[in-house]
Design a protein around this ligand. Sequence first.
Ligand SMILES: [Zn+2]
Length: 287
Amino acid sequence: MIGTVMSAAPELSSKNLDLFVPDGSSIEQACKRTTHLCIAAHQDDVEIMAFHGIAECYKKPDQWFGAVVVTDGAGSPRAGAFANYSNTQMKLVRKIEQRKAAEIGKYSFVYQLGYPSTEIKDAKHEQSVNDIAAIIDACQPRVVYLHNLADKHETHISLALKSIIALRRLPAKRRPKKVYGCEIWRDLDWLADGQKVALPVDQNDELTRNLLEVFESQVSGGKRYDLATIGRRFANATFSEPRATDQTKAITWAMDLTPLMTNDSLTPAVLIKQHVAKFSQDVLKGL
Ligand SMILES: [Zn+2]
């Protein structure tokens, strides 16, 4: 066929793969309709970092949000009702929680690739890059949400780098128009104003809460990610501009990673060095 893009299911090689398409569409269709895609390390990361994309697509016939969760969630801390759960039990609980979030948020699909985080942290682990690239190729999203390059969590950084490699396998014309590096471990308000993107997340309060509270194994495990995430979004909005009233009441900050899509000779290390250098200059200038 001339002039149309053939859609095919991504061919993935992970042995522990879990796929869920909440509305029962075929995966070919679910990928093809996806306009906003998040690639995250752990169950609940998507909901913390990419709520902007979830809300942008929520109940919109022409915009769909797809989620990829790459690790198996085995290493999470546990307490309370989950204190004695084995790694195997924990993986199952987290998988179910992630499926519930996809249902609540009306995602196009959620892939849980089930890789141990040691494999994601291994720069030579090609299989995971190939799987991510296959999903990206099947979706060809307009907007992509990744972990940011200054995140404190090693698995997040490793996955961001793998995702950038996978995205760069697409020819320039089919790459996303926007790639955002979003905040989880370490927030991004230190980025200079001209260097960070404000993603407004002040709509759909009930959806916000429901998507964070569904991860009961995490929020009851001694970490109130639900309260912390909402609090951070409000703090980002209020503390972003000392001399103006708030235009929006909640913001997720993002590092603009789009330059890595438009300039293949720019490395992630050089990009982040530029950001850190600007931060250093700004701080020193004030002294
Ligand atoms: Zn994570």
